[in-house]
Design a protein around this ligand. Structure first.
Ligand code: AMP
Ligand code: ZN
Length: 117
């Protein structure tokens, strides 16, 4: 069920402390940790603690939680002293989504091309 921890979900396991991660911030509802395969000098993932498969599912089921995730991206950017940054929610395998627990990529610390690849 949406919102419930999933046994087979990597990010639910990070939330539960069952898999190590370099956690940079935690709130009552969110966790932020460094991406294991960084694509920029700052590459942090912000996730809701509750399991939702992607950004739209999160926003539909729990709009305040979606807002928590978005607000946290700015806090991370401030802590990392980023003037500019990019928030990415890959949605669907064709767009590169590999983990089916909603997550915002916060990318910065280098020039970011537009349009993205
Ligand atoms: P996506 O491909 O958009 O679903 O993003 C998933 C991200 O999770 C990728 O950028 C991976 O590098 C990252 N990732 C996978 N496993 C871990 C892990 N154990 N700790 C931190 N980041 C991870
Ligand atoms: Zn999950």
């Amino acid at each position: 069920m949406t919102g419930e921890p999933q046994d087979d979900c990597l990010f639910c396991k990070i939330v539960a402390g069952q898999i190590p991660a370099t956690i940079v911030r935690e709130t009552d509802t969110t966790v932020a940790f460094r991406d294991i395969n960084p694509q920029a000098p700052t590459h942090v993932l912000v996730i809701p603690k509750a399991h939702h498969v992607d950004a739209a599912a999160l926003a539909t089921a729990a709009p305040e939680l979606a807002a928590d995730v978005l607000r946290e991206t700015q806090v991370i950017a401030d802590e990392e002293k980023l003037d500019s940054y990019r928030i990415v929610f890959n949605t669907g395998s064709g767009a590169g989504q590999t983990v089916w627990h909603a997550h915002a990529h916060v990318l910065g610390g280098r020039g970011l091309q537009w349009p993205p690849g």
